[in-house]
Design a protein around this ligand. Structure first.
Ligand code: AMP
Ligand code: GLY
Length: 424
């Protein structure tokens, strides 16, 4: 008999996880909390707050759940994995202590430095004069980061010193990020294309997944404000991050960091996301996240030929050494369909048309990111609404498939980039 899996979260990443889990031979049922209309097609969805460890534990017990898969960072930082572990419920995702690799940029830099992992020079400080001094030392472009979680808005990259000093004062003096900005990390600018590499970890071992490229800026040509991600593709070729270099990261980044975390009594289990800049001195770490990337997951997981349920189970139970992962040759591209105004203010509750037609295409499928069903109608319920995923023999074919399917879908105010995976 297969396992019963509970997915926590309700965005595109969680629907993408749910889709592959539902296809896994090792998995019998996929339930979710709070889920979304896409996840509701896979199994029961539960109106339970994913950051409430007690409520999640009670739900897992009531539903006979064998494995909880945590999608977003908020439940991890809140310690939901700790509560589940205390109740002996296997969980894919790190403890609150280990989730600080994402929750505190200063902590992450400290662990990178201790593991001797290639990254940027940095200064961590809550003192304004020291911060200004660090800016002078590193020079332009200046990188100023709030230590804590600041809803994706805590990082400023500035070209002139006055703006960089303003960024310091915003955080330390005007406290625009509250406590999340009470400490700052000032770092050396890393020049080069960015790539995301995901490692499934079990405390000591790591299995690296195929890398993907994310598009963080809102507008074509990488202009406009930062977003959660407007599209992604894989496989990624070139830029000095081919298969050999990616596997090299297991030895230069992932294993040393796992060792340091274990030595400190906070072994890392779950997904360790390395955000890298591929510089002319090789790949350098920009940041860690402690969960799958969104929307990168939407193009990484469809390429996985192995059983996702077994892989996540191995992470949760410390048995990764026994797992081998295989990949399909196909390429995947995802285009995010966003609400007009995102990442700023936008309207919700707008009716969506054409999802079934897009989903019925042979070479595409639709992932729900921010949707809701009201009176049996599908409506928008978030900034990023849908992720249309195209499949092809190469990235160009997958891109054509994704945009052709995206053309089937419409809602008032729909906004998307037109250059995802173009000129790769
Ligand atoms: P983070 O939240 O740390 O990923 O930072 C958000 C974005 O800021 C990254 O995706 C990069 O584009 C940029 N960034 C952060 N740190 C650096 C750095 N040291 N050098 C260059 N760009 C950076
Ligand atoms: N797409 C970037 C992230 O998930 O953090």
């Amino acid at each position: 008999m297969g396992r019963r899996v509970l997915v926590l979260g309700g965005g595109g990443r969680e629907h993408a996880l749910g889709l592959r889990l539902a296809e896994s031979d090792s998995v019998d049922r996929v339930e979710s909390a709070p889920g979304n209309p896409g996840l509701a097609d896979l199994g029961p969805i539960h109106d339970v707050d994913p950051t409430d460890g007690e409520a999640v534990s009670a739900l897992a017990a009531q539903r006979g759940i064998d494995l909880v898969v945590v999608g977003p960072e908020a439940p991890l930082v809140a310690g939901v994995a700790d509560v589940l572990a205390q109740r002996d419920v296997p969980v894919f995702g790190p403890s609150a202590a280990a989730a600080r690799l994402e929750g505190s940029k200063a902590f992450a830099r400290e662990m990178m430095a201790e593991a001797d992992a290639p990254s940027a020079g940095y200064v961590s400080t809550s003192n304004r004069a020291e911060a200004h001094e660090a800016l002078d030392r590193f020079g332009s472009p200046y990188v100023v980061k709030a230590d804590g979680l600041a809803a994706g808005k805590g990082v400023r990259v500035c070209h002139d010193l006055a703006a960089a000093r303003e960024a310091v004062d915003d955080a330390l003096v005007r406290r625009v990020f509250g406590d999340a900005g009470a400490n700052l990390v000032i770092e050396e600018f890393l020049d080069g294309p960015e790539r995301s590499v995901f490692g499934v970890c079990d405390g000591t071992d790591v299995t690296l997944l195929a890398p993907a490229r994310d598009y963080k800026r809102a507008e074509d040509g990488d202009a406009g404000p930062n977003t959660g991600g407007m599209g992604a593709y894989g496989p990624v070729e070139g830029f000095g991050l081919g298969d050999a270099e990616v596997q090299g990261l297991a030895g230069s980044v992932f294993r040393p960091v796992l060792q340091v975390m274990a030595d400190r009594g906070m072994p890392f289990r779950g997904l360790l996301y390395a955000g890298l800049a591929v510089t002319d001195r090789g790949p350098r770490l920009i940041e860690f996240n402690v969960r799958f990337g969104d929307p990168e997951t939407q193009v990484v997981l469809p390429r996985l030929a192995s059983d996702l349920g077994d892989l996540l189970w191995a992470s949760a139970t410390g048995s990764l050494a026994d797992v081998v992962v295989d990949w399909h040759d196909d390429a995947f591209v995802t285009v995010v369909l966003a609400s007009g105004g995102y990442p700023g203010d936008y309207q919700a509750g707008v009716p969506i048309r054409g999802v079934d037609a897009a989903d019925a295409r042979d070479d595409a499928h639709v992932v729900h990111a921010g949707t809701a069903r009201t009176d049996d109608r599908l409506v928008t319920a978030g900034g990023r609404v849908l992720d249309v995923v195209g499949r092809g023999a190469d990235v160009d074919a997958a891109r054509a498939a994704a945009y052709a399917a995206a053309d089937e879908i419409s809602f008032d105010g729909l906004y998307r980039r037109s250059d995802i995976a173009a000129a790769t």
